[in-house]
Design a protein around this ligand. Structure first.
Ligand code: AMP
Length: 504
């Protein structure tokens, strides 16, 4: 048996002298370096006693070394477990207690504050910094460039990614070698990645988007990336003439559209802009196309499933939709209560099945059972519909559905109305406790730069366009919406902020 994921990565490598990544400081990292560096990390982990199936938990700042630690972990047959940099020691304590990793790797500067947490969970503490520093880096630097990859089958785990946990505690999604390989294979083909591509990589690597979608697609194509610590619109625009593709969250595109430097000239060498992880406003899609001539390709996925759908490479990329199910992924929209498919165009729960879908939640068989149907479909928690042309539309998370006076209100419908009004930049519609209605529809609106908005005027416009039960009972104009690092609007934070407004 071979190491399922890494063998495929290895077999797809171009000439080993070809660049894999160019860093902000101009350093070039070649495919030969990928083999050598990941082997050194694999050797260092094995020397620390890491065995096949052990978890290697990692909370470090973004660096190429951290990416090599991912590959080294996979080669050692262990399970890579990245954690958001923003997590506090108290949160880390929960993750380590749940995952029981053999090793926990953190930034050198955080070692003191996390030492007790690591030892409490029985994990060995190691460090890895962004300046090629830290205890694990030293061990890897001294290790050999050769490593005999540990045999792992398609069903063995390669990673555990904790869900962001906006409802209840985060759960560890178990991802197998074939979950990751199958998705990388499909996306490379669907998006036409080849060894001639240069991807702008400015996403975090603790999340499925930057770690698996972006990195694995580059590796499977034998392509190259410009590997940046973070997104900065000016920096990205400076580097765009040397690149061919970008993957980003909607916020990246909003910032680019805001830049006076974005135009056809600067994007003329680019062949593809991909967006995902949160809904891209149709307005951003249009503005980007007007300025550059490029239609952003929007796709839909989640931690548990990798990518499920994508707008077509050739064919219409329709704003406000996430395209078609990917080859090998079955997708259906069902009545959440009965599990029966709904008619075309009707809203229901999105369920998916396929080689991309995870193996269940780590040490949580009850939760796993509750989220899968008997025929193997995973209940995503996203509400959506399939239009007559087969394009999938996401309407929002099931938990964001508002039930007011017994009626279902889909926030997206009201948000779309508000977003279309002059002077409006974006909006979020939430349900908050209301003594008569159960939940009161509430709109939080952000104005365009320089525009002023009047909450009453927004309401009056909505009155002429929406059924009475859908109308917000209150509209708030704010400077910005709360977002997490992946650019997702945090409706849970908004619900908390406004929870008492109908109490008085
Ligand atoms: P995560 O597990 O952090 O990747 O979050 C996954 C969730 O993000 C999905 O279940 C969707 O609710 C949302 N999401 C991802 N991509 C899109 C998209 N293109 N449009 C709308 N929502 C999306």
């Amino acid at each position: 048996m071979t190491n399922h994921l890494f063998s495929e990565i290895r077999s797809r490598m171009p000439d080993l002298a070809a660049p894999f990544a160019v860093l902000a400081d101009g350093r070039v990292f070649r495919y030969q370096d990928v083999l050598d560096a990941s082997a050194r990390f694999a050797n260092a982990l094995v020397a620390l006693g890491v065995k096949p199936g052990d978890r290697v938990a990692v909370q470090v700042d973004k660096s190429l070394e951290a990416l090599m630690l991912y590959l080294g972990t996979v080669r050692a047959g262990a399970i890579f477990l990245p954690l958001n940099n923003a997590y506090t020691p108290a949160e880390i304590e929960y993750f380590l207690g749940d995952a029981k990793p053999a090793v926990f790797v953190c930034d050198p500067a955080k070692a003191e504050s996390l030492r007790a947490v690591a030892s409490g969970a029985g994990a060995r503490l190691e460090t890895l910094g962004t300046k090629s520093d830290g205890s694990l880096m030293e061990k890897a630097a001294a290790a050999a460039n050769d490593f005999a990859d540990v045999a792992r089958g398609p069903e063995d785990l390669a990673g555990i990614l904790y869900t962001s946990g906006t409802t209840g505690r985060s759960k560890g999604a178990m991802l197998s070698h074939e979950n990751l390989a199958s998705n990388a294979r499909v996306l490379t083909k669907e998006w036409r990645f080849t060894k001639d591509d240069v991807l702008l990589h400015a996403l975090p690597i603790f999340h499925t988007h930057g770690l698996f979608v972006a990195t694995n697609v580059v590796l499977f194509a034998g392509a190259q990336m410009v590997f940046l610590a973070k997104f900065d619109a000016d920096d990205i625009l400076n580097r765009m003439p040397g690149a061919t593709a970008m993957m980003g969250v909607p916020t990246f595109y909003v910032r680019l559209v805001d830049s006076p430097r974005l135009n056809r000239e600067i994007t003329k060498g680019m062949r593809l802009f991909i967006s995902g992880s949160a809904p891209l406003l149709a307005e951003t899609h249009r503005a980007f196309q007007e300025k550059t001539g490029h239609a952003i390709l929007e796709r839909y996925g989640m931690t548990e499933t990798n990518m499920n759908t994508s707008n077509p490479y050739e064919g219409d990329r329709i704003a406000g939709t996430v395209g078609f199910p990917l080859p090998g992924t079955d997708l259906r929209v069902v009545d959440p209560d009965t599990g029966k498919p709904v008619a075309t165009g009707e809203i229901g729960m999105i369920e998916v099945r396929g080689a991309n879908v995870f193996k269940g939640y780590w040490q949580n068989p009850e939760k796993t059972k509750a989220e899968f149907r008997e025929d193997g479909f995973f209940i995503t928690g996203d509400l959506g519909k399939i239009d007559p042309r087969g394009y999938v539309h996401i309407v929002g998370r099931g938990k964001d559905l508002i039930i007011t006076g017994g009626y279902n209100v889909y926030p997206k419908e009201i948000e779309t109305e508000i977003d279309g009004m002059p002077g409006v930049n974006e909006s979020a519609v939430i349900g908050v406790p209301h003594k008569d209605f159960g939940e009161g529809v509430t709109a939080v609106v952000v104005a365009n730069k320089g525009a002023t908005l009047d909450a009453d005027a927004i309401l009056r416009t909505l009155e002429s366009r929406l059924a009475k039960f859908k109308l917000p009972k209150k509209v708030f104009v704010v400077d910005e919406l709360p977002r997490n690092t992946m650019g997702k609007v945090q409706k849970n934070v908004l619900r908390e902020t406004y929870k008492d407004i109908y109490r008085a």
